[in-house]
Design a protein around this ligand. Structure first.
Ligand code: NAD
Length: 491
């Protein structure tokens, strides 16, 4: 009898050139709520990547030559199929990724919009006509690159995978996707099922999957292959640095969206009830495993006690446990490695004098929502991305101090500022070293058509809207001479 649960998906293989193909080996994909087997996944090699890249290259001329509206229609079809199967995605994200049911449903809804906004891009790939000293007709136009390698993370396997490739397809590129080894189905093979059903031509979209042990060789093959023209990566800063450096060495484009250590700043004139509610979501949604999670709460000393009382009361109500139970809003961390890392950060802080205001307990892959005060720069948790259900709190007394505390990190993804004075908030936003700043909201915000991305160690490049065309097209200067160009008579 199979040891794979009856509600697990049938894994048909990797998806290369429109066919499902097995790999020589498989690896185990676990449900992090109880470490039971969820699925057996193909563990590919560099040779499989080569086949996928070859297939994508072969499909490129026809896909890039399609009329823009035909590609848009394909993207709408993907959105429609995705929407119809939304419940399947949510179930997979819960069991494979350890997310709360509500988070899975939210992702399922969002991804359809990623494809619809990518369809809109097909109509927006416009060029410019430039003036010429020589009377030429000169254009600057965007051209597809060719094969794009996409490497995605596990924390939002639907949103971050779709965001990684939808605009690339819209611009006329073809794709080889490698999802995270923690969500190889919901972040990879599930997409192959959807795009196959939507009738995307063979080779335009390929999915290879591999284990953490194989990812070094597989990742290198996805970047170094000369037919690959660009890399689209979302994940940790450590891996992103490696990928951007390798892409740079091969003179390839790389859009890398990386980690964060994001602050929410609560000024003394804020709506404290609303701020406390937002902070609870920003800190603990999906166990804090979001690149934009609120990891530092910076609270003005005049409202610190009132804010903390309201925030802790709300956070204390969040239930932690197996994602089978929809009342458990806080599920497990994605794997044991992550759980141990988060526990170590809490232990280091407490050993150096931090006070646990809430939570602090952990078991198996679970960590309770945890709030730490009396934190300082000597603690690892002040600097390192926690990526867990843990938030640190600091008081401040001036706007300048809050700005300095926010900026005291290598990261720069998002910031949030709470105040009733919008002019003051905008002044502060100008000094916060982040790619994104939200006033009177928490940090976790994204929409498919906005320029999403960080500064400093949080990444290079932007996903979303027309800005993603910078990542997935080449801007070319093409001229028509109409007899105006003169040369020295000696020639
Ligand atoms: P990770 O960097 O460990 O893995 C990301 C992807 O890279 C996975 O597919 C993994 O298999 C692959 N990978 C690992 N080593 C590789 C190598 N040597 N070559 C090629 N590929 C390799 O990150 P993760 O744990 O999956 O995700 C969590 C991290 O992602 C956090 O740091 C989080 O902040 C970040 N993140 C950033 C954003 C953003 O938009 N800025 C969004 C979500 C997550």
């Amino acid at each position: 009898m199979s040891d794979i649960p009856h509600n697990s998906p049938t894994i048909k293989g990797m998806y290369i050139e429109g066919s499902w193909t097995p790999a020589a080996r498989t690896f185990d994909d676990l449900n992090p709520s109880d470490n039971t087997l969820y699925a057996r996944i193909p563990d590919c090699t560099a040779a499989d990547v080569q086949r996928a890249v070859d297939a994508a290259q072969a499909a490129f001329p026809a896909w890039s030559a399609l009329a823009h509206h035909t590609r848009a229609h394909y993207l709408h079809k993907i959105a429609d199929v995705w929407e119809r199967r939304g419940a399947d995605f949510a179930a997979a994200a819960v069991a494979e990724g350890g997310g709360w049911f509500g988070k899975g449903m939210f992702e399922a809804g969002y991804v359809a919009e990623v494809f619809r906004s990518a369809a809109a891009l097909c109509y927006m790939n416009t060029g410019e006509v430039l003036p010429s000293e020589h009377g030429k007709f000169m254009t600057a136009t965007r051209w597809p690159l060719g094969v794009v390698s996409v490497i995605s993370p596990w924390n939002m396997p639907g949103i971050l995978t779709s965001r990684g490739f939808a605009a690339a397809l819209a611009a006329g590129n073809t794709v080889v996707l490698k999802p995270s080894e923690d969500t190889p189905y919901s972040g990879g093979l599930y997409f192959a099922e959807i795009l196959e059903e939507a009738g995307i031509p063979a080779g335009v979209f390929n999915v290879v999957t591999c284990s953490r042990e194989s990812v070094g060789a597989v990742g290198d093959a996805m970047i170094e292959n000369p037919r690959v023209k660009a890399v689209s990566f979302t994940g940790s800063t450590a891996v992103g640095r490696h990928i951007a450096a390798k892409a740079g060495a091969h003179l390839k484009k790389a859009c890398v969206e990386l980690g964060g250590k994001d602050s929410m700043i609560v000024l003394e004139d804020a709506d404290i009830d609303a701020a406390a509610r937002a902070a609870n979501f920003g800190s603990f949604m999906h166990q804090g495993q979001v690149c934009m999670s609120t990891e530092k709460l910076l609270v003005h000393e005049k409202v610190y006690d009132e804010f903390m009382q309201k925030f802790l009361t709300r956070a204390a109500k969040l239930r932690t446990g197996h994602t089978n139970d929809k009342n458990n809003v806080i599920g497990p961390l994605v794997n044991n490695r992550q759980a141990l890392r988060v526990k170590a950060l809490i232990d280091d802080a407490v050993a150096k004098g931090a006070t646990v205001l809430l939570g602090g307990k952990s078991w198996d892959n679970f960590v309770e929502p945890t709030v730490l005060a009396d934190v300082n720069e000597s603690m690892d948790i002040w600097h390192d991305e926690t990526f867990g259900p843990v938030v640190i709190v600091r008081r401040f007394s001036t706007d300048e101090e809050a700005i300095a505390l926010n900026n005291d990190t290598e990261y720069g993804l998002t910031a949030a500022v709470w105040t009733r004075d919008e002019a003051r908030a905008l002044r502060m936003a100008g000094h916060l070293e982040t790619g994104i700043c939200h006033v009177n909201c928490q940090n976790i915000n994204d929409e498919p058509h906005v320029p999403f991305g960080g500064v400093k160690a949080s990444g290079v490049g932007r996903y979303g809207g027309r800005w993603s065309l910078d990542s997935f097209t080449e801007l070319r200067w093409i001229t028509l001479d109409r007899g105006g160009r003169h040369f020295p008579p000696v020639f």
